[in-house]
Design a protein around this ligand. Structure first.
Ligand SMILES: Cc1ncc(COP(=O)(O)O)c(C=O)c1O
Length: 404
């Protein structure tokens, strides 16, 4: 008798590591973006107005006209020499430290760097500390390696390093700690300078690797930044970066910088993931950086996101009840709204009915917390719809859910 490919059969065919529930978190956030009738504060996408379309189009023409072949060819696994050089220059300029050749790899976006770190360092049951709330993609990625995620809370000054210290003193023994120190996703807060030093000290003392995600680092509204964890602790920090928010995400392009012992392992893992990051994206990045286009774009992006953020915060002031609290971002894409005694998931459903999309806080915790919080993203929403969107959200918050 032939086997039937029903759901039970698929379940036994699937690898054990995929049977745990990694959730459809990112997919459910992206799904909300497609609805034109909804004012969306949901997705953390860059505003397309920041994309340098004409310049990129002329560059592609230039590649064709000059007979450039590199952009269209396979690339070395670690990255193209020119792109690596330009990236190392930028890191040196921004962070005061230039990675050596064996301390840098170009990845297919930040998310691939996280995947390579998981593949290279995590066995089933390994403990990974994440600040909570944290980036959904990181939760999904670390979970897919069957690691044990432990949440340490953050506050207005970033990861609560004193709480972490206490937990370590009490016996917590992580292999990795994942943090987003600048303009955090989803909380919109940044880690203070003294906490950065303390965190690196703890990593050295207890022997865990710090994964520093700098996705929003260059998007501080004032253009300033604190020392990166990687620059403070290049021996125990792997930095994960992306050009998705500073150039555009349509080519998957990012990096990992860290100790050669770690980066060599990521390069080995990458050989059997995608072999190399697309050469076209690497060449576009290289030329855009060399010609100063990324810096031009950053100036415009910071001004645009600052305006949107200020507008959203002013609207929250007008529309939210007394008890509501929200973070005051100094860069990035997000503010974190906390509404005591409100069921965020239920509220998200009612908000959609009123034409406004937000993401409930629970998605950003590995342990079910975040029930009274929402992530508000101001990056993609039309500037002139922000007031209306937040006013609608305010009315939903102030209306009691029906009990039926
Ligand atoms: C904190 C953080 N890290 C990494 C990423 C992934 O970026 P990429 O597009 O490079 O995969 C994102 C994207 O939203 C992010 O918010």
């Amino acid at each position: 008798m032939a086997l039937v490919f029903d759901s039970a059969r698929w379940e036994t065919l699937a690898a054990m590591r995929t049977r745990g529930d990694v959730g459809d978190g990112i997919a459910s956030v992206l799904a909300l973006l497609g609805r034109p009738d909804v004012i969306s504060f949901a997705g953390g996408f860059p505003d397309p107005d920041t994309f340098p379309r004409e310049r990129i189009a002329s560059l592609l023409q230039e590649f064709a006209a000059t007979g450039e072949s590199t952009a269209f060819q396979y690339a070395p696994t670690r990255g193209l020499a020119g792109a690596l050089d330009v990236l190392a220059d930028r890191l040196e300029r921004d962070q005061g430290r230039r990675p050596a050749d064996d301390e840098l790899v170009i990845t297919s976006g930040g998310i691939e760097a996280l995947e390579l770190i998981g593949k290279s360092f995590l066995d089933t049951g390994d403990v990974v500390v994440v600040e909570a709330p944290t980036y959904l993609g990181a939760i999904q990625s670390f979970r897919s390696f069957e690691s044990d995620l432990v949440a340490v809370v953050l506050d207005d000054n970033g990861l609560d390093v004193a709480e972490l210290e206490q937990r370590l003193a009490d016996g917590l023994r992580p292999k990795l700690l994942y943090t987003i120190p600048d303009h955090q996703n989803p909380a919109g807060v940044s880690l203070t300078a003294d906490r950065r030093d303390a965190l690196v000290g703890l990593a050295r003392h207890y022997g865990f690797l710090v994964v520093e995600d700098v996705a929003y680092r260059e998007l501080g509204f004032a253009g300033d930044s604190l020392p990166s964890l990687w620059s403070i602790g290049p021996d125990i920090v792997v930095q994960v970066g992306t050009t998705s928010k500073t150039l555009f995400p349509g080519v998957r392009h990012g990096w990992a910088a860290g100790p050669a012992e770690a980066i060599d392992r990521l390069v080995a893992a990458k050989q059997v993931t995608d072999q190399c990051t697309g050469a076209l994206g690497q060449r576009l990045f290289e030329e855009a950086a060399r010609r100063g286009w990324i810096d031009d774009q950053l100036v415009r992006s910071r001004a645009l996101y600052r305006r949107k953020s200020e507008r959203m915060l002013a609207a929250l002031e007008r529309s939210m009840p007394e008890s509501a609290r929200w973070t005051l971002p100094r860069g990035g894409f997000f503010s974190w709204l906390t509404l005591p005694r409100v069921d965020a998931v239920e509220l998200t459903g009612r908000a959609i009915e009123q034409g406004v999309a937000v993401v409930p806080g629970t998605l950003f915790f590995p342990d079910g917390r975040g029930t009274e919080s929402l992530r508000l993203s101001f990056s993609l929403v039309d500037e002139d719809k922000i007031d209306d969107g937040i006013a609608r959200l305010g009315s939903v918050v102030k209306t009691e859910p029906s009990s039926t």
